[in-house]
Design a protein around this ligand. Structure first.
Ligand code: URA
Length: 209
């Protein structure tokens, strides 16, 4: 309950510093995010259950370990979450990918769903919900609620950078969702950007600024 796992491997921290730098362009930003996602993926998948199967090597028959737990689904929150899909799919090619699109209503400031396409058997899958930035927690909690409405009950959230406010919001609503993060930053500013953060992750990924 209320678990936050900070993946502070030196390679992750070094690459995150490069991502934070304003002079880092979209190509490098994208590649760094994929590399960090793969490194975080090692930690996120550390407790996946293993079984054994009989195989034949070129030398002899043997038993060998194989993943045996629930099937996985990677679910990015659009649009910046897309930047974390390749890293996970490189590690777990059999995982299915769902997408959740949310925008913030300019009047109510509440997240509004505009797209949702999930694997049909989402309820039977272990879900990795990905979004580089966990700021207010509004999109994250809305995405988790949506996933639960569709039958999902096994969700972990993976972010690159989180604000304390976002972690608190997610865990106030869903204490059972473990949060994996490369860094917990200081706070949110008046525009709800993470400080010091790395700016708008979507704009930096897709060069839309
Ligand atoms: N989303 C971003 O992309 N950056 C922030 O700092 C906060 C939310």
């Amino acid at each position: 309950m209320n678990k936050v796992i900070i993946t502070d491997h030196p390679l992750i921290q070094h690459k995150l510093t490069l991502m934070r730098m304003e002079e880092t362009g979209s190509k490098d930003f994208r590649e760094l995010l994929t590399e960090i996602t793969m490194l975080m993926g090692y930690e996120v998948t550390k407790d996946l259950p293993l079984g054994e199967i009989e195989i034949t090597t070129p030398v002899q028959k043997t038993t060998a370990k194989i993943l045996k737990g629930k099937k996985l689904a990677i679910v990015p929150i659009l649009r910046a979450g897309i930047g974390m899909v390749d890293g996970f799919v490189n590690l777990i090619p059999a995982a299915k990918v769902g997408h959740i699109g949310l925008y913030r209503d300019p009047v109510t400031c509440e997240p509004v769903e505009y797209y949702c396409k999930l694997p049909e058997d989402i309820g039977d899958r272990e879900i990795f919900l990905v979004d580089p930035m966990l700021a207010t927690g509004g999109s994250a909690t809305a995405a988790i609620q949506l996933l639960k409405e569709k039958g999902a009950n096994n969700i972990r959230m993976i972010n690159l950078v989180a604000a304390p406010e976002g972690i608190e919001a997610v865990h106030a609503a869903y204490p059972e969702v473990d949060i994996y993060v490369a860094a917990v930053d200081e706070k949110l500013d008046d525009h709800k950007y993470i400080v010091p953060g790395l700016g708008d992750a979507g704009d930096r990924l897709f060069g839309t600024k």
